[in-house]
Design a protein around this ligand. Structure first.
Ligand SMILES: NC(=O)C1=CN([C@@H]2O[C@H](COP(=O)(O)OP(=O)(O)OC[C@H]3O[C@@H](n4cnc5c(N)ncnc54)[C@H](O)[C@@H]3O)[C@@H](O)[C@H]2O)[C@@H](O)CC1
Ligand SMILES: [K+]
Length: 518
C-alpha cells in the first residue's frame, strides 16, 4: 500500500485534521488555495452526481467559517457552469476568506437570502453551514432552519460533515442536517463511523484533495492508529494461500464450546462460521443431548459430548475438552445459557487465546469482568453488542455516545481485545489502536449472525500465529468478511433474506469473488 492509499484508511479527529491543516499552511500552502482545491473538487463531484441536465435550481447554505467558504466556492463554480444558484446566508459576520468569496458571489449576481424559505423551490440543497469547526449546540434561527430543511424532500449534499453533527462523536448538537450525500474533505473523520451519525450522513464519499502524507503522518503517528479495514488489508491477514505442504493440525485446531438444549442452533451456527474460516481441525463441545444434531450438521467437526445439567446446559467439560493445551484457540459462549458459569470460569484458565461471546460474556460479567480477566495469561477477545458491553463495563458512561472512545476505554481497562458490534463495528486493542468496519448492512441485525462471527473469528485466529498486534487485525478481518458476506447476501436476497444460516453460506462465495477480482 502506498502512503496515499494508507491515508484512505485512516480516521481522524477534528483536532488532528486541524493540526494537519495547520502544518500544510505552515509549509507554505496558501489557505485560499487549499480551499479552492478542496471546494473545486467537491463542485466537480456534485456536478457528476447532479448534472445540469437533471437539476438546475440549487440552494446553498452558507455558514460563517471555512465550511461556508467552501460552499461559496462551490456556489460560484455551479453558477459559472450554468446552474441557477441561490444562497441562504443567515450570518452577518463571516471569516475573512469566506467574506471575500461572499462578496465575489454577490458581484457575480448570485442572489442571497436571509430566510431559508426562499430556497424551497430548489431541486438540490448544498449544506455548507458548519464543518469540523462546530463547537456549540445549535439553537435559535439556525436550528429552526435546519429542522425545516429536514422536512423538505429534495436531495441534500453536506460538505465535509452534515451541519450539526459533532465531528468526532457523531452526536447531534441540538439539531443536524439529514443529508443524502456527505462529501468528506481530505481525511475520513471519526463521526462517519459512529452509529448515531449514520442516518444523518446518507451516502458518504471522501474528496481526496491531496493531503501530503508526511504532514498527515507527522500528526497521526503521535497516537495509536484508528483505521478502517478493507480488502487490501484483510488480504494480508487471511490464511490464503496456504503453504503447499501442510497438514490439518498445522492449519490450527479450534475448540468451540457452546449450545444448550434450549439454544441448539447457536452451536450449529458457531460451527458453520468456524468451518467457513478453513480451520484445520474443529472440535465442538456441546451438551450430550445435542451431539446427534451437531454430527448431522457438521460432519467434518469432532463433536464432544459433555455431561449436561437438568436444564440442558453444559455441566462439565470432559477430559478431551478440558485439556486446553491441545487447541490453538477456544471460542466460547453462543447458546450456553447462564447455567454454564462454571464452564466459563474454567476456560478463562486456558493458556491460549480465548474468544468470548453471548453467554460467555454474560457469565463473565457475573463473575466480574476485571477480576476474571486480570488472571488471564493469554489474549482474550470479547465480542459484545451494546447491551452486553454495558453489562461488562458498567463504569463506562453512555458507550453509545462515542462508541470508538468507549471501545478504547474498555480494551485499556480490561487488557482484552474488544469488538463492539453495531452498524459500524469497532475493534480496539488494549494499547489504543482501533480498526473500524466501514460498511455493513442492517440485514445482519438478526438472531444468530453473531454466532457465525464468533466461529469465524475463532477459526481465523487458530490458523495464524497469534502474535500481539496481529490478533486484533485478524478479529477485524473476520468482522469485515462477515459484514461483506452479509452485504452480498442482502444484494441477492434482499435485506430480509439474510438469516444466519444463509449468511454462513455466503462467507466463502464472497471471499472467492473478492480474491478473484484482485
Ligand atoms: N480539512 C481541511 O484541511 C480543509 C478544510 N476546509 C473547510 O474548513 C472547514 C472548517 O472550517 P472552520 O474551522 O472555519 O469551521 P466551520 O466552518 O466548521 O465553522 C466554524 C465557524 O462557525 C462558528 N460556530 C461554531 N459553532 C457554532 C454554533 N453552534 N452556532 C453558530 N456559530 C458557530 C465558529 O465561530 C466559526 O466561525 C472544514 O469543515 C472544511 O469545510 C476547506 O476549506 C479546505 C481544507
Ligand atoms: K456542512
Amino acid at each position: 500500500m502506498n502512503p496515499q492509499q494508507q491515508l484512505e484508511q485512516v480516521v481522524v479527529t477534528a483536532e488532528q485534521m486541524r493540526q494537519i491543516e495547520a502544518r500544510i499552511f505552515a509549509a507554505g500552502m496558501p489557505v485560499a488555495a487549499l480551499m479552492e482545491k478542496a471546494a473545486g473538487l467537491t463542485a466537480s463531484r456534485i456536478r457528476q452526481l447532479y448534472p445540469l441536465s437533471q437539476v438546475s435550481r440549487v440552494g446553498i447554505l452558507i455558514g460563517p467559517g471555512h465550511n461556508g467558504g467552501d460552499a461559496l466556492v462551490i456556489a460560484r463554480e455551479l453558477h459559472l457552469a450554468g446552474y441557477q444558484v441561490s444562497l441562504y446566508r443567515p450570518f452577518a459576520k463571516l471569516k475573512d476568506l469566506t467574506a471575500q468569496h461572499a462578496e465575489y458571489a454577490e458581484n457575480l449576481g448570485i442572489p442571497s437570502h436571509k430566510d431559508l424559505q426562499s430556497l424551497q423551490n430548489c431541486e438540490l440543497i448544498i449544506d455548507g453551514l458548519f464543518g469540523f469547526g462546530l463547537e456549540r449546540s445549535l439553537s435559535g434561527e439556525i436550528a429552526e432552519a435546519i429542522d425545516r430543511l429536514n422536512e423538505w424532500s429534495q436531495p441534500v449534499v453536506s460538505i465535509d460533515i452534515p451541519s450539526g453533527l459533532h465531528t468526532d462523536t457523531g452526536e447531534v448538537l441540538g439539531t443536524a442536517v439529514r443529508a443524502t450525500y456527505t462529501l468528506c474533505l481530505g481525511l475520513w473523520k471519526r463521526g462517519f463511523f459512529q452509529d448515531a451519525a449514520l442516518e444523518y450522513i446518507g451516502k458518504a464519499e471522501r474528496i481526496d484533495f491531496g493531503v501530503p502524507p508526511q504532514e498527515a503522518w507527522a500528526i497521526l503517528s503521535q497516537s495509536e492508529p484508528i483505521r478502517q479495514i478493507n480488502l487490501s488489508s484483510a488480504k494480508q491477514y487471511l490464511p490464503v494461500p496456504r503453504p503447499p505442504v501442510t497438514h490439518k493440525y498445522k492449519q490450527g485446531h479450534l475448540l468451540v464450546i457452546c449450545g444448550s438444549r434450549r439454544y441448539a442452533g447457536g452451536a450449529i451456527l458457531t460451527g458453520l462460521g468456524a468451518r467457513a474460516s478453513g480451520v484445520g481441525m474443529l472440535s465442538i463441545a456441546v451438551p450430550e443431548s445435542l451431539k446427534p444434531l451437531l454430527v448431522t450438521h457438521l460432519s467434518d467437526a469432532l463433536i464432544i459430548d459433555c455431561p449436561e445439567t437438568e436444564t440442558g446446559a453444559i455441566a462439565q467439560l470432559p477430559p478431551i475438552a478440558s485439556d486446553f493445551s491441545k487447541y490453538q484457540v477456544i471460542a466460547c459462549g453462543p447458546g450456553l445459557t447462564q447455567q454454564a458459569q462454571s464452564i466459563v470460569q474454567a476456560v478463562l484458565k486456558a493458556e491460549c487465546p480465548l474468544v468470548l461471546d453471548a453467554d460467555g460474556l454474560n457469565n463473565l460479567a457475573q463473575l466480574g469482568t476485571m477480576a476474571s480477566l486480570s488472571l488471564r495469561k493469554a489474549p482474550t477477545v470479547l465480542t459484545p453488542h451494546l447491551g452486553e458491553f454495558k453489562r461488562l463495563f458498567p463504569d463506562i458512561d453512555r458507550p453509545d455516545r462515542d462508541r470508538i472512545q468507549a471501545v478504547q476505554k474498555a480494551a485499556a481497562q480490561s487488557g482484552a481485545i474488544i469488538l463492539l458490534k453495531g452498524a459500524r463495528t469497532a475493534i480496539a486493542h488494549p494499547q489504543g489502536s482501533v480498526w473500524l468496519v466501514p460498511t455493513s448492512t442492517p440485514a445482519l441485525a438478526r438472531g444468530g449472525s453473531g454466532d457465525v462471527l464468533t466461529g469465524l473469528i475463532g477459526g481465523l485466529l487458530a490458523q495464524s500465529a497469534t502474535s500481539d498486534g496481529l490478533l486484533e487485525a485478524l478479529v477485524a478481518t473476520a468482522a469485515w468478511w462477515h459484514a461483506q458476506a452479509g452485504i452480498l447476501a442482502a444484494q441477492e436476497r434482499t435485506e430480509l433474506g439474510v438469516d444466519a444460516f444463509t449468511l454462513s453460506q455466503y462467507l466463502l462465495p464472497f471471499l472467492s469473488n473478492a480474491i478473484d477480482k484482485t
